[in-house]
Design a protein around this ligand. Sequence first.
Ligand SMILES: NC(=O)c1ccc[n+]([C@@H]2O[C@H](COP(=O)([O-])OP(=O)(O)OC[C@H]3O[C@@H](n4cnc5c(N)ncnc54)[C@H](O)[C@@H]3O)[C@@H](O)[C@H]2O)c1
Length: 257
Amino acid sequence: MSVAIDLKGKKAIVFGIANDKSIAWHIAKRLNDAGCRIAAGYQERVEQLFLPLMKELNNPVYAKCDVVDDAQMDSFFKKIQEDFGEFDFLIHSIAFAKREHLQGKFMDVDKRGYQVAHEVSAYSLIELARRAMPMLKKNGSIIAMTYLGSEKAVPGYNIMGVAKAALESCVRYLACDLGEKKIRVNAISAGPIATLAASGIANFPEMLLNYVAKAPLKRNITADEVADCALFLCSDLSKAITGQVIFVDAGYNIMGI
Ligand SMILES: NC(=O)c1ccc[n+]([C@@H]2O[C@H](COP(=O)([O-])OP(=O)(O)OC[C@H]3O[C@@H](n4cnc5c(N)ncnc54)[C@H](O)[C@@H]3O)[C@@H](O)[C@H]2O)c1
């Protein structure tokens, strides 16, 4: 039996498109190609590479939305209410930590560095979900992006690992809160992919090599494969799945050595 996933008539808000390498971009394209209309929130600093991408989507809505800027979030959600209306899916593909905290010793992170990583990479999921709630439809799906550094110590990933642990816990608590509204909340734990965010991690090239050497499938993964999982998590095929962290990592996480 083959099942085509058709999202015609559905709408998604996607956060985290910086350029054509972004995981969020691959997810937006995949959902768009399945018939879903896309709204995107972006950071001003990525505008030059972000805007041309919008031409590749069918009738998108987009506006600046820095998650540490309350005024931008207010005006983004006002635009969504006026120009987009109720929607079905929220994709959170946002993370940030200061470059100096993604190298060297984990214990050298300072209080502000700890706070920034958590505010942008974990707390923002709660705030975006809360702001989305009046417009997020029954049977909706929220998806966040995470990494194995949340549960294992990955040298160089450092404070981002702690923020991802918080993010995954937020996924479980939000799933618990929103289940009665039939809204599902899950995270995809992706293997390493060369993106702008990944370029800030000091040991990133070694991480890629390590996956080829040790993952059961003996390879790295692609952003398109993450997008496939996101499409599944937006579809009715996953309607009994919530509060989960789903690995798209060529199986790397199961290995003991
Ligand atoms: N690339 C990987 O290897 C990998 C692996 C697992 C998980 N992830 C996660 O995937 C997600 C997307 O990262 P990516 O690899 O596609 O890199 P990316 O750099 O393309 O995307 C990160 C996005 O976060 C956005 N962002 C950062 N601070 C923000 C803020 N204050 N307000 C709004 N947006 C902000 C950036 O504008 C950018 O679009 C992140 O959560 C990342 O941790 C990435």
